[in-house]
Design a protein around this ligand. Structure first.
Ligand code: SF4
Length: 481
């Protein structure tokens, strides 16, 4: 999972890109990159956080009124600088592209690009495959001299048919404008925003609406599955439906990944998490549990915990304090780093938890190691009983769409019964969200979601093959750790 932005419409657009990427930092901490265009492409990429990668001297040379940016979270390919985005090409036009997501037919596309066009990607980043497929389709356009929006859209549509998986992408087309598109199922988010200024309109696309909040832009709308948008240099906006399939927006954007203050498909993420918490109250009561307080695992458990507490009529307290200066455990790509981070980032407030029966709400349970540590931390601090509550249903299948949801052998719910998991993490009770309730929550809003990691129902073709390839890759990364 990564974060992307693209902007067009005012000089020194890099400052908007910088602000947008900072707002998206939670979506990836491995690397960051910005490309702008004025006569030439101007680029700066680096490993680490946005504020560490870009210094004022870089921003000064990233000139132009159009640009794109990316924060990277490694799921495909290694975490090296050469895999950082955006990635560019000079033929048939100058194009620089960034994406968020994961391609599931990586090997098929690689082989086809080599066989048909003798293209050999420079990196193990799957963005190159989207970029070169798009470029090879564009090359066959009859209007290479003056590319029209429809030529770009035809090339994107052909790319969407060939490239399977989850992806939202944005690209600078040199001297032409800003392009953005989504995969046929609309699995990954992409939102269009704009700002009207005295100098004219600035347009932006971004993975989350929080980018626009910080910049004073208004949100225009979310892109639909398969949709393509092109904003030309005169700020004329073109839009077309490309290769479209049934909508399957990632439910985990609501559960964990997106920032609480973001709106996705017009729904506030925080509000959806509160609903998940309220639904869990029914299960807590059915289990005969009577907690004294509800606490959250900071920060992604906060809103589900507040919904649960409200519905149960018990106080919601802060029982764990998180250091904000240590990375999120879930998005660190190495298991060794993840465990180290959990150990250092949470501290209990003993006065709040001692002697209490506590419902502890987390967004999900992946491997169970974090939950086990949290239960131990709270019990060591004097908690009487711990009821561990997961806002997500049991994770039974790996995600093949860009969230590092481990391999099946490491997903605790795929390998243990609920009571065995409870026992493993050391909790006195364990409650999971039900998949039916979660599905109903989004069905009621008319949003079709991907829940493949919960149900095994993958929306893209040849998922079995993709699963085998991704498991193979993740295991080889583990072996090298
Ligand atoms: S498999 Fe799960 S995490 Fe992956 S896109 Fe689907 S819902 Fe999101």
């Amino acid at each position: 999972m990564c974060g992307i932005v693209g902007f067009i419409g005012r000089e020194h657009i890099v400052y908007d890109i910088m602000m947008g990427l900072t707002a998206l930092q939670h979506r990836g901490q491995d690397a960051a990159g910005i490309t702008t265009f004025k006569k030439l492409f101007h680029e700066k990429k680096g490993l680490g956080l946005v504020n560490g990668v870009f210094e004022e001297k870089h921003l000064k040379r990233l000139i132009g009124d159009i640009g794109i940016g990316h924060v990277r979270y490694t799921t495909h390919g290694s975490n090296e600088l050469k895999n950082a985005q955006p990635i560019g090409t000079n033929y048939p036009f100058g194009i620089s592209m960034a994406h968020n997501g994961n391609i599931t037919n990586f090997e098929e596309i690689s082989e086809r690009l080599y066989k048909d066009y003798h293209i050999l990607p420079n990196t193990t980043n799957d963005l190159e495959l989207i970029l070169y497929t798009f470029v090879s389709e564009l090359t066959s356009s009859k209007n290479l001299g003056s590319v029209r929006p429809d030529d770009l859209f035809d090339a994107v549509q052909a790319t969407q048919k060939k490239v399977h998986g989850a992806y939202s992408a944005t690209a600078i087309i040199a001297n032409q404008g800003l392009l953005a598109f989504c995969d046929p199922n609309g699995i990954r988010p992409m939102i269009l925003g704009k700002k009207v200024t005295e100098e004219g309109i600035i347009y932006g696309v971004a993975s989350e609406t929080v980018c626009f909040d910080h910049l004073g832009y208004e949100v225009v709308r979310d892109l639909e599955p398969g949709e393509m948008i092109f904003i030309d240099n005169d700020k004329k906006v073109y839009s077309r439906k490309g290769h479209v399939k049934e909508q399957r927006f990632c439910v985990f954007e609501f559960i964990y990944f997106a920032r609480e203050d973001t709106y996705l498909h017009t729904r506030l993420v925080a509000g959806q998490r509160v609903k998940m918490g309220r639904q869990l109250a029914v299960k807590v009561r059915e289990a005969g549990l009577d907690p004294d307080i509800v606490i959250d695992v900071p920060t992604s458990g906060y809103f589900a915990a507040s919904g649960l507490a409200e519905e149960l009529g018990v106080p919601h307290r802060r029982g764990l304090v998180k250091s904000n200066y240590i990375g999120r455990s879930f998005i660190s790509s190495k298991q060794s780093e993840r465990e180290d981070i959990v150990k250092r980032k949470l501290n209990p407030i003993a006065k709040t938890v001692e002697g209490k029966k506590i419902a502890v709400v987390d967004d999900s349970i992946v491997r169970g190691t974090t939950s086990k540590r949290i239960v131990k931390i709270l019990k060591d601090a004097g908690a009487k009983e711990i009821y561990f509550i997961s806002a997500a249903p049991p994770l039974l299948h790996p995600c093949i769409y860009g969230i590092d949801m481990s391999v099946t052998t490491e997903l605790i719910a795929a390998n243990k019964e609920i009571d065995e998991i409870r026992n493993y993490i050391g909790a006195d009770a364990l409650i999971y969200q039900s998949i039916e309730e979660l599905k109903k929550q989004f069905d009621d809003m008319g949003l079709n979601t991907c829940m493949a990691c919960l149900s095994g129902d993958y929306p893209t073709p040849n998922a079995e093959l993709a699963l085998r390839q991704i498991e193979k890759e993740r295991l080889s990364v583990k072996d090298s750790e």
